[in-house]
Design a protein around this ligand. Structure first.
Ligand SMILES: [Zn+2]
Length: 434
């Protein structure tokens, strides 16, 4: 049995397509995209009138917490949150317990993802053994077992020499190294961005230079030795300006921004003093930083939007600000936050948005075993169908994620996913898991 998706606005940047058309799914793949496709006897019909039909979203930066911290999230609840958010492929960071620094943990994450079967869960291996920053992890073994990238995310690779080795290896295994840029000597003991708001609230802040200096270091290491470098969660204006300059000078690497750094700044904490749901690393910075991150996204300096989905328990957040955990549970609000902020308020095209949330992540992760990030006939039928018109309030009570930690609770947003197909199966429909 196949599906005929009728009358949706099909946005498929890989094929320069943005038009109201029909789409047919057969045997788990996109079979046909065209006008007024005829219904076949075996087709189920889904009316997508007024809705946008796009390739399933791909998140290259999430924390599913399994193994080890299943009280915060596990691969099942993370997968459910993903498909509620329109994501069909999620890459998970290595800072689990045990750390994903060997082939056995890589295989475990892949297997658990397949058992749950709602979306592709792809492990990112650690750069260093135990995330200790001392000894390179077995990158080749992990790549062979299915790791799609390497990162010590959660913490930086403090040693430049180790980062250089990782980049050299990334060339051999042809997988990106994802840099979490943070100078710990500046950030340790801080809980927000250093600036007028941290001063007003009496909280210790980390200056932007703590991010910028490591961004520059890693880009220069990549220039020196080659390899595939991807910069996680850029949040500072000077990071973005440097990346723009480096790319204009011919250096090749990629960068991402998160929905929260694109939509919020530290003024949120003036309006909601000490709200630990807005405590995140890197921190929400000044309005001028946010403006430059948005500009960098629209001018192509920043290639990807990634969630940095970081779910926590109430106990980890219901603490004094400087004691609370860092992170935002982001998968279920990423598309509406980005649609509302970037498309509705800033006039970005839907095609650019989908490019950064699906097509480019697929290219960077080199997921060529199946064609994805596009609706080209033959591609796997991973599809998000979302509603650009209806406004809904973010209700954390509806979250599938165990993490209810979000500063967007109560926000009115548009662009909510309504249906998600994974491998041609409807895994979420009418905002409920199928
Ligand atoms: Zn990080």
């Amino acid at each position: 049995m196949g599906w005929l998706i009728k009358g949706g606005r099909i946005v498929d940047p890989a094929n320069h397509l943005d038009r109201v058309m029909d789409l047919r799914i057969e045997e788990g793949r996109v079979a046909e995209v065209g006008e007024k496709l005829e219904r076949r006897a075996s087709d189920r019909v889904l009316d997508a009138n007024g809705l946008v039909v796009a390739p399933g979203l791909i998140d290259m930066h999430a924390h599913f917490r399994e193994p080890g911290h299943e009280e915060k999230e596990d691969i099942e609840t993370g997968s459910k949150a993903a498909v509620m958010g329109g994501y069909t492929t999620v890459a998970c960071m290595a800072n689990t317990d045990p750390v994903c620094d060997n082939a056995a943990v890589v295989r475990y994450v892949i297997e658990r993802g397949k058992q749950v079967g709602l979306c592709d869960v792809l492990p990112i291996g650690a750069v260093s053994k135990g995330l200790k920053g001392e000894e390179l992890a077995e990158m080749a073994d992990m790549a062979k077992a299915g790791a799609v990238a390497f990162s010590d995310d959660g913490r930086p690779v403090t040693s430049a020499s180790l980062m250089m080795k990782a980049l050299q290896y990334s060339q051999i295994v042809k997988k990106p190294v994802i840099s979490h840029a943070e100078d710990v000597s500046l950030s340790s003991g801080t809980s927000m961005h250093f600036g007028r708001v941290s001063t007003r609230l009496g909280l210790r802040g980390v200056p932007s230079a703590g991010e910028e200096s490591i961004v520059m270091r890693d880009v220069m290491l990549c220039r020196e030795v080659g390899g595939k470098l991807h910069l996680a969660h850029l949040s500072s204006a000077w990071s973005v300006r440097f990346v723009r300059w480096a790319k204009a000078n011919g250096l090749r690497f990629t960068a991402e921004a998160t929905p929260h750094h694109l939509s919020l700044d530290h003024d949120y904490l003036l309006e909601h003093p000490y709200d630990t749901n807005a405590k995140v690393n890197p921190p929400l910075r000044a309005p001028e930083d946010r403006a430059e991150v948005c500009k960098g996204l629209s001018d192509g300096t920043i290639d990807v939007i990634a969630t940095d989905h970081a779910p926590h328990c109430v106990d980890d957040k219901d603490l004094e600000f400087d004691q609370a955990a860092f992170g935002i549970s982001g998968l279920e609000t990423a598309l509406p936050v980005c649609y509302t902020t970037l498309v509705q308020d800033m006039g970005m095209s839907l095609s650019s948005l989908i490019t950064k949330m699906s097509l480019i992540p697929a290219q960077i992760l080199g997921l060529d075993s199946v064609l994805r990030g596009t609706l080209t006939p033959g591609a796997r039928a991973d599809i998000v169908i979302f509603d650009p018109h209806t406004e809904r309030v973010v209700d954390v009570g509806e979250f599938q994620s165990k993490g209810h930690n979000t500063p967007f609770a109560g926000s009115k947003l548009r662009g909510w996913p309504v249906h998600t197909f994974y491998k041609g199966n409807l895994v979420m429909t009418e905002r409920r898991l199928a």
